[in-house]
Design a protein around this ligand. Structure first.
Ligand SMILES: O=C(O)[C@H](O)COP(=O)(O)O
Length: 327
């Protein structure tokens, strides 16, 4: 059941091609455009063309008749007299395709930009989340994540201006002040943090993934790429990456969700895999089979200290949303 901050009964819609996960209880889950849609009231049946009353997280819809969650208060702190707690949205996006993704090179912390396709992926991601409120954006210190965040926000329906906050020095902090409260209200702070950077791939950075597999053997490269605690030569293991990424998330991002802010995080394949491991309490065995596509937004709802996966695919093999990186 879609028990989440933006679930609305938007009437019956026809669900066309999608993946389904038939569950024993009265709800079916559909994958449509990379988002899981939980049916509320429905007739039993297969996916095919299926009419049902949907409670759905509006990841993106052009249907004007749909109530716009954006008009609700951004904090979405529901009236305490209703005795309900704050629910907030957390959107995770792996950066769009980068120039070194395109060349199949190990990238890690090398700071390369997006390809044209990566730019298009970022804009498409923005369209998919255009109805979901965003009060703050966090990105890594790397341009491919920052480009993805800024491009995605150009598609947001509220048209607020994302502004990278500079506090790398006293002057930087002082010199990027905004002296209009009204203008501030029309802005969204973008906070960059190296702790959200991609795992540092050490001596693999810049090497071709295919050639590396031929030189060191597929198994060894797979172990470097997809084990939990085995680092590449002079690089970070996923475990080491998660120690900084998850620590940052818990200390600097989660408190904002608790206070009623909706947050978007644009980061990297491995820094996000480690954060998802924390959100979904995955084991070190489960996380190694998790892959993230470039530029596909994943939606979680935060409520009472828990994260409910809403927009992420039901399984790591879900075509079209998770993609396996080429070796
Ligand atoms: O850093 C890189 O090369 C990619 O962003 C992620 O690479 P991986 O899929 O090998 O972790």
């Amino acid at each position: 059941m879609a028990a989440a901050v933006f679930h609305q009964c938007i009437g019956a819609i026809q669900v066309r091609s999608c993946g389904t996960e038939k569950s024993g209880n009265s709800s079916l889950r559909f994958i449509s455009r990379g988002f899981v849609i939980d049916c509320g009231l429905l007739r039993k049946g297969t996916c095919s063309s299926h009419w049902c009353k949907l409670h759905v997280i509006r990841a993106s819809t052009s249907d004007a008749s749909v109530i716009d969650p954006i008009s609700s208060t951004s904090h979405n702190a529901i009236d305490s007299s209703q005795n309900t707690s704050i629910e907030t949205a957390l959107i995770l996006i792996r950066h769009g395709e980068s120039l070194w993704n395109e060349k199949n090179l190990f990238t890690g912390c090398v700071d390369v930009p997006l390809t044209k396709r990566g730019v298009e992926e970022a804009v498409e991601a923005g369209k998919r989340i255009s109805n979901i409120p965003v009060d703050m954006v966090f990105t890594s210190a790397l341009i491919r994540a920052q480009m993805t965040a800024m491009l995605a926000m150009t598609q947001h329906r509220r048209k607020k201006v994302p502004i990278v906050m500079h506090n790398e020095s006293k002057e930087a902090k002082a010199w990027n002040q905004i002296y209009s409260e009204e203008t501030k209200k029309q802005s969204i702070p973008v906070i960059t943090a190296w702790q959200l950077n991609e795992r540092m791939y050490g001596e693999l950075q810049g090497l071709n993934k295919q050639e590396t597999a031929e030189r060191y053997g597929k198994e060894k490269v797979h172990e470097w790429r997809r084990s939990f605690d085995v680092p590449p030569p002079n690089g970070e293991s996923l475990e080491m990456c998660s120690q900084r990424a998850v620590a940052y998330f818990r200390e600097h991002i989660e408190p904002h969700l608790q206070s009623g802010k909706h947050v978007m995080v644009a980061a990297h394949g491995n820094s996000l895999r480690s954060i998802i491991m924390y959100l979904e309490k995955l084991t070190s065995q489960e996380v190694i089979s998790l892959e993230l596509s470039t530029g596909i937004p994943l939606l979680y709802i935060y409520k009472e200290g828990k994260f409910m996966r809403r927009g992420s695919p039901v399984g790591a093999t879900e075509a079209g949303v998770y993609a396996y990186n080429r070796v």
